[in-house]
Design a protein around this ligand. Structure first.
Ligand code: DON
Length: 305
């Protein structure tokens, strides 16, 4: 397995040259576009890795999975899906047009920015700090890494430049789709996007999802099986934004990307996979990462379809 991963990383690294670092969050421009790393955790807890699997990056939109899980835990599935739909948009992750065009006023799904701002608003807690601690505690548990924390400079950069997210949130506040203090909700959203981790951490989180919510190294059930099923389904239909259909055809694994260059993927009952490659394609997905996981899926016959 190590040989296969080394071969695939070196083969796909060159795609980094064709991509671009996310520039709309200035702090993300500090990454090295040639980096590419992968980490795999199998169902018996064995771990395999290659490339820059140990480099830190911010989870960005991958945090949308976490806020969906915690929103369901705090409110129940019914109350969450009263406020956010589960339909793919076919539009970019920060698109504003669907919010006005939708009949219900609800964001289309929890994997676009508007939907994630709503799930973030549904996490219980007396203030931003308490709610953020819940997110961080969850991340520490599913990654077996109690050092996970926020990258302050990315957080401040997002907060300073996040005007598109402000527009989405205030629009939803005006229609009643979003309730609560908008600035506090956005603060929590920018913080969760700026949680810093590695491909190893993502692979372990992916292994928990693959294992139906039971943490393989403690046997603790941290996510109900039914919630895991819902999350993995939404990852298939919406996890790679407007490239989700193509990804399902070419790769066929529930996955979620972030503009920090991360991809988390989860092969039910087989593997958790974490990938890092910060150069992005025009949809905001890691360009080398997508090519790498496509090759891996073919080599190991991982498509769930
Ligand atoms: O809100 C944003 O735009 C970023 N913090 C997260 C977006 C993101 O990761 C989309 N991913 N591909």
């Amino acid at each position: 397995m190590f040989n296969l991963l080394n071969t695939l990383v070196e083969k796909n690294r060159e795609y980094g040259k064709e991509g671009k670092l996310a520039s709309y969050i200035p702090a993300l421009l500090e990454a090295n576009p040639n980096d590419l790393g992968i980490y795999l955790v199998d169902s018996r807890g064995k771990e395999y890795y290659s490339g820059e699997y140990d480099k830190k990056f911010t989870m960005q939109s991958i945090s949308k999975i976490v806020t969906l899980i915690l929103a369901i835990r705090d409110n129940g599935r019914y109350n969450v899906f009263k406020k956010v739909d589960v339909e793919p948009t076919g539009m970019g992750f920060n698109s504003i047009v669907n919010l006005e065009a939708s009949d219900t006023g609800k964001p289309y799904n929890p994997m676009i920015n508007a939907g994630a701002i709503v799930t973030t608003s549904l996490i219980d807690g007396k203030d931003v700090e308490e709610r953020f601690e819940k997110i961080l505690d969850f991340m520490k548990a599913v990654t077996n890494n109690d050092k996970i924390t926020v990258n302050e400079s990315v957080y401040l950069s997002e907060k300073e430049t996040g005007n598109r997210n402000r527009a989405l949130a205030y629009f939803m506040k005006s229609t009643g789709a979003l309730e609560g203090d908008v600035e506090e909700i956005l603060d929590l959203y920018f913080k969760q996007c700026s949680i810093e981790l590695t491909a190893r951490d993502l692979a372990r989180f992916g292994a928990v999802l693959a294992n139906d919510g039971v943490i393989p190294w403690t046997n603790e059930k941290i996510i109900p099986k039914e919630v895991c099923r819902i999350v993995k389904t939404i990852m298939v239909t919406c996890g790679m934004y407007d490239a989700s259909g193509e990804f399902a055809v070419n790769v066929g694994i529930p996955a979620k990307s972030g503009v920090g260059g991360g991809i988390i993927a989860t092969v039910p009952r087989k593997y958790g996979i974490g990938i890092y490659g910060p150069a992005l394609d025009d949809r905001g997905n890691s360009i080398a990462g997508i090519n790498l996981i496509k090759d891996l899926s073919q080599e190991l016959d991982l498509s769930i379809f």
